[in-house]
Design a protein around this ligand. Structure first.
Ligand code: NDP
Length: 331
């Protein structure tokens, strides 16, 4: 029987999301990988309970996380019941719809039909009455943006989500979405965007768009799926994501020599800061106050423990930032 640690709020930092009332832990945990059917249920429980003991109050899901799609929400629902009964109000749980979920014309993209029914399915799988944040997972080139934003508004009015967000929208699409959401008075607070030392697109204008509209960001894949750790410096370890055939998103062939050469230099910088590279990479995405949280993934409890220790040193000198820019310059 899991009993949460009494010290769980002692060391975590909680950042306000834009101008909203909601605070997110600086480190959040996503269930995209390692929470599906092929993955040990006991390891899933161990990771979620340890994360909560370390102050991670935010767990991020989507309808299609697994494999198979839906199984991460199912497993999460089972763990909520088993281990987190009585703690729902201490958790921020998010889900999303936008990628292929079921066959036919209503199980993908951004129609009101898809978003409303997909969230109903997610709530059933997790056995929840509501999620805290519901995201549209990617822009839909065919559905009018007004319809997708109206769907998000409806979902809030139905009491099925408290706040809404968007993900994978570029800066211009984000501006347009925000204009509609503002008119509707929909509680839009957050953009879930890919952001890491190896992927800096949000710096061009998205972060400014969010900031000027009082919204926040949560950075997904902040460790570049593990590339921004020391794990791939000497080849591909057996139990790593790049070695797992059922995870198609990072393959051995994606690990290029020029990237590893940068990672070696970054690793040395992290050592000089008395941090692991994972910790330095997470601290780096958190340096802009628009980024409320770094949304990590993990396959082991020890990774969550290491990553939460990022908070011991979030400061970068201007020299260090310049050196990092220099290392990353041809990226
Ligand atoms: P990360 O970049 O944090 O990569 C996580 C992986 O890196 C882990 O599974 C583990 O892989 C490895 N790792 C983590 N910490 C360490 C460590 N300290 N030392 C060594 N290796 C480590 O993020 P993810 O790619 O997992 O994505 C995080 C979350 O972002 C997802 O769960 C999801 O919630 C969200 N997301 C959202 C998307 C969107 O479109 N909105 C798209 C993708 C993700 P290993 O298996 O090798 O141990």
């Amino acid at each position: 029987m899991y009993k949460p640690s009494d010290k769980r709020y002692d060391n975590m930092t909680y950042n306000r999301v834009g101008n909203s009332g909601l605070k997110l832990p600086a480190i959040s945990l996503g269930l995209w990988n390692n929470f599906g059917e092929p993955d040990s249920f006991e390891n899933q429980r161990a990771m979620l309970t340890r994360a909560f003991d370390l102050g991670i109050t935010h767990f991020d899901l989507a309808n299609n996380y697994g494999p198979p799609a839906g199984s991460a929400e199912e497993n999460f629902g089972r763990i909520l019941k088993k281990d987190f009964a009585g703690f729902r109000d201490e958790l921020v749980i998010s889900s999303k719809a936008g990628f292929h979920m079921w066959d036919g014309p209503y199980g993908d993209w951004g129609s009101k039909k898809y978003l409303v029914s997909s969230l109903d399915q997610s709530l059933k799988r997790m056995d929840l009455d509501y999620v805290d944040i519901f995201y549209h997972h990617r822009p839909d080139p065919d559905t009018p943006l007004e319809e997708t934003m109206q769907a998000l508004d409806l979902i809030v009015k139905q009491g099925k989500a408290l706040y809404v967000g968007i993900s994978n929208y570029d800066a211009e699409q984000t501006k347009q979405a925000i204009n509609i959401l503002k008119e509707q008075k929909t509680p839009f607070i957050i953009h879930q965007a890919s952001y890491s030392m190896l992927n800096r697109w949000v710096e061009e204008s998205l972060l400014d768009v969010l900031k000027s509209n009082g919204a926040g960001a949560i950075a997904f894949v902040p460790l570049a799926q593990g590339l921004l750790t020391s794990k791939y410096l000497k080849g591909v370890p057996k139990d790593s994501r790049a070695s797992k055939a059922h995870i198609p998103f990072l393959n051995e062939k994606d690990i290029k020599e020029d990237v590893i050469n940068k990672v070696i230099e970054l690793n040395e910088m992290a050592r000089l800061r008395d941090q692991s590279l994972a910790q330095m990479a997470l601290a780096w995405v958190l340096r802009d106050e628009t980024v409320s949280s770094a949304l990590i993934g993990a396959s082991k409890v020890s990774q969550i423990e290491e990553n939460v220790k990022t908070l011991d040193n979030l400061h970068f000198s201007s020299d260090e930032l310049a050196k990092i820019n220099d290392i990353l310059k041809d990226n």
